[in-house]
Design a protein around this ligand. Structure first.
Ligand code: FES
Length: 73
């Protein structure tokens, strides 16, 4: 079994940026189309995107604010 690394970066006031070989499935298990050849894609977390589950930049005009930090150990 090969080990695959997926990185999800939480952007301040913006989306989750996903890097790595992953699939995004809808509630019925059908895959969303992810542009081939791109190193990353962004998932909406503000709820305002017109292309959910992907970010379309609407978080900017919606004034979405979130800047969580992981706890330090
Ligand atoms: S996070 Fe970008 S549109 Fe929602």
């Amino acid at each position: 079994m090969s080990e695959t690394t997926v990185i999800i970066r939480v952007r301040d006031n913006g989306p989750y940026v996903v890097e790595g070989a992953v699939q995004v499935l809808d509630a019925e298990g059908k895959p969303f189309s992810i542009p081939a050849g791109k190193p990353a894609f962004a998932l909406c977390r503000c709820g305002h995107s017109r292309t959910k589950p992907f970010c379309d930049g609407s978080h900017r005009t919606a004034g979405f604010q979130a800047s969580e930090r992981a706890p330090t150990s």
